[in-house]
Write a protein that binds this ligand. Sequence first.
Ligand code: FES
Ligand code: FES
Length: 217
Amino acid sequence: MSQIDDSIVNDDAGQKVSRRNFILGVIAGGAVVSAAGYRFLAPHGRYAAGAGTSLLSLNVNGKIRRVEVMKQETLASTLRYKLGLTGTKIGCDRAECGACTVLIDDVPLYSCSTLTHTVRNRKITTVEGLASPDGKLHPVQQAVVDHQGFQCAFCMPGYLMSAVGFLKQNPNPTRAELAQGVSGNLCRCQDYMKILDSLHHGAEYMRKGVPASARRA
Ligand code: FES
Ligand code: FES
């Protein structure tokens, strides 16, 4: 197991948190790191309800969520600003960075470029839905905790979703294959070597189980 860097970092609110807890905060649902804060708002600052909206039922992380959406509304916006699932990040908002990746029927997709109304009757999984209901981290999440593969961690939820989707289809990839599998994700901190190390350990955890020596959340 790699050496854990548990140095002190500042979160968005300027609070000092340990690096390990910072990473765990993002893994558990993105409460620490926020994305660009725009919303679909009317001029008075509230959602423009009724302006071409439809009431949809979405299957998100195993729960049926009823939500009113506009025709042009993206899934990333619905998840973040209406369902409160802020683990999904918005980076470029134009299908270039992968920060917004979620699983649709277990296939990674950019939620910034997916219209919400097109995914009703589909199974949507966000980073908040990776851990089991008892709070046990997904093996790839656990590997990221163990091997500290991210710097600021803004890109981490998207990488996790891409990796988990890829590993469902390719459980035993070479490092090069895994790199190809998550090549739709970019890291502004350019922490690529450590990210790949962590995700490769995650693939191993998925195949062989999480080692007893792994650090627990
Ligand atoms: S925010 Fe969706 S790809 Fe960058
Ligand atoms: S770790 Fe900072 S953007 Fe990837």
